[in-house]
Design a protein around this ligand. Structure first.
Ligand code: TRP
Length: 339
């Protein structure tokens, strides 16, 4: 590995198509990092992690694999510059996971705040799949196998990085200095999370309040027209509220013309600016950003076989790197008996 370049690694669970929340929170930044040419880039489709709470529904994961890959290609991740690969095809990750599990206690895993809130959301109660409780350890394997030091993720992933650092420190002090401590690269304040169309704090498939990167123009228009605004803004001439008005939240995130947004806000507050009008304006802003993504995605979608081929090649490349780290790990642990 060239020593000058920092190693960037991140991934997504393939549980559905990606939406503009993923785009704003992470995808957009990955493409920027990729195109800077400053980093060695790895992007992984975390199908094993997705299976930790979807074991009985493998079809969803299978179907989502190509969808997520298309979303990546659509936003401009370039397999020539970024190694794009599939977690389940990298056996070294599972082996590393096996050794790391011994460096972590069950009570430590039970304290992970992100896992805790997922357990609540998914109503696992006392029936937590063991693989689910331990997925932060497997995520430490994902990261350390590539000696990645920069991890662009949403704020909810900080506990995984903390867990990874603890494993790295424990491993290195016990067996010798092999692994690298990662740090997160988080979106700027206020930009990381995008609320749903209905005003819910989270955009998520299960809430049905998303805009997918793959939505066609008509769907986008329909969805924009359904966005939550100010329920008390009934007549065009009524003064309107900006706070909690999702149209303006999205404009703040997507519209590069900040002066224009300010002007619209002032006008809306004052009264005389209708919801349909600002929604049409927002539609144009969003469509300008999403149209090239949608078109690129659609052109790759015509040839799914070559998308799988790209994933296969990426996985082979990733496999070589992860296998090398695993060999170093086993050597450090003294379990390389037959070398
Ligand atoms: N936990 C991440 C998510 O839910 C996905 C993921 C798996 C990941 N392995 C990773 C992210 C390694 C960064 C690095 O989005």
């Amino acid at each position: 590995m060239s020593k000058a370049k920092q190693v960037v690694l991140t991934g997504d669970r393939p549980t559905g198509k990606l939406h503009i929340g993923h785009y704003v929170g992470s995808l957009r930044n990955r493409v920027k990092m990729q195109d800077s040419g400053k980093y060695k880039m790895f992007v992984m489709i975390a199908d094993q992690q997705a299976l930790t709470d979807n074991a009985k529904n493998p079809k969803k994961i299978q179907d989502s694999l190509a969808q997520v890959a298309l979303d990546y290609l659509g936003v401009g991740l370039d397999p020539e510059k970024t190694t794009i690969y599939v977690q389940s095809q990298i056996p070294a990750l599972s082996e590393l996971n096996m050794y790391y599990l011994n460096l972590v206690t069950v009570s430590r895993l039970e304290r992970n705040p992100t896992v805790k809130s997922e357990i609540q959301q998914k109503h696992f109660d006392r029936s937590i799949p063991a693989g689910f409780l331990t997925y932060p350890v497997s995520q430490a394997a994902d990261i350390t196998a590539f000696k990645a030091n920069l991890i662009p993720v949403g704020d909810d992933q900080e506990p995984m990085l903390e867990q990874t650092r603890e494993i790295v420190r424990s491993f290195n002090s016990t067996y010798g200095n092999v692994l690298v401590e990662p740090e997160g690269v988080f979106p700027p304040k206020g930009q990381g999370r995008i609320p749903g169309l209905d005003g819910n704090a989270k955009m998520s498939k299960s809430l049905g309040n998303t805009i997918y990167l793959s939505d066609d123009e008509d769907t986008l228009l329909k969805k924009v027209m359904s966005i939550y605004t100010d329920p008390d803004h009934i007549h065009i001439d009524d003064p309107g509220k900006i706070e909690g008005n999702i149209v303006f939240t999205y404009l703040d995130i997507f519209d590069k013309d900040k002066e224009k947004v300010q002007e619209l806000k002032d006008h809306y507050r004052h009264g005389g600016l209708g919801d349909v009008q600002i929604k049409k304006y927002l539609f144009n802003v969003l469509n300008e950003e999403l149209e090239p993504i949608r078109k690129r995605r659609a052109s790759y979608a015509k040839d799914i076989a070559s998308v799988y081929d790209m994933l296969n090649k990426g996985s082979q490349k990733a496999n070589m790197i992860a296998a090398q780290t695993l060999a170093e790990v086993k050597r450090a642990m003294g379990i390389n008996y037959f070398d």
